[in-house]
Design a protein around this ligand. Structure first.
Ligand SMILES: [Zn+2]
Length: 197
């Protein structure tokens, strides 16, 4: 894991890999070579404050990136899985210490396709995916949620929607509707002050 001294060093070390809001995972370049994690320690978390000024937030980001590193296939591709799956699960795993949530509640919709994911504010896309994955864990149990995650990474199982229906016995659209209904309650329960102070 690399902790760069400044933003320029972060850019250099992320080597063209896709970056998260405050970090990134660089997968192995070829089989047998090691991948690494870079945390964007200089990224701003408020006026005059960087990620290094908030230990819980820093630990959240480290957990998020380790989850990618430990679960994604040995290539920059997430196999079959769309971003809401790979980022939502990484946020869920990272959130033992802290929930990183935008100051303005994002709309109660899931960015199902990667183009939808890219269209909304980055912090919203991560939060929406996190909320939905947390809902899956609460409704179907952690074992089933993990089963779906692993299956969705593997192209041999077909589309994400097919894996979803296979594991959860409900289609994605109907489960998303159920989540949307609970969304307001979930947002109200989050203590956003934990990280905006
Ligand atoms: Zn990520």
């Amino acid at each position: 894991m690399l902790l760069p001294r400044n933003g320029a060093e972060f850019k250099k070390w992320i080597v063209g890999s896709s970056k998260d809001v405050a970090g990134g995972y660089v997968p192995p370049g070829s089989p047998g070579t090691q991948g690494w994690i870079v945390i964007d320690t200089a990224s701003s978390i408020g006026p005059g404050r960087t990620l290094l000024d908030n230990r819980a937030w820093l630990e959240h980001d480290i957990r998020h990136e380790f989850f990618h590193a430990n679960t994604l296939p040995e290539s920059d591709s997430a196999g079959n899985a769309p971003l809401w799956v790979t980022e939502g699960y990484a946020e869920w795993a990272g959130s033992t210490a802290i929930v990183v949530f935008p100051q303005t509640a994002p709309p109660p919709t899931l960015p199902v396709t990667n183009s939808e994911f890219a269209k909304v504010r980055a912090t919203d896309a991560y939060a929406q995916s996190f909320m939905f994955v947390s809902y899956l864990v609460a409704r179907f149990g952690q074992a089933a949620a993990i089963r779906f995650y692993k299956r969705s990474l593997e192209p041999a199982y077909g589309s994400t929607a097919a894996s979803f229906a296979h594991v959860f016995k409900h289609d994605l659209a109907s489960v998303e509707k159920g989540w949307s209904r609970q969304y307001k309650k979930q947002v109200a329960a989050l203590d956003v002050d934990v990280y905006v102070k």
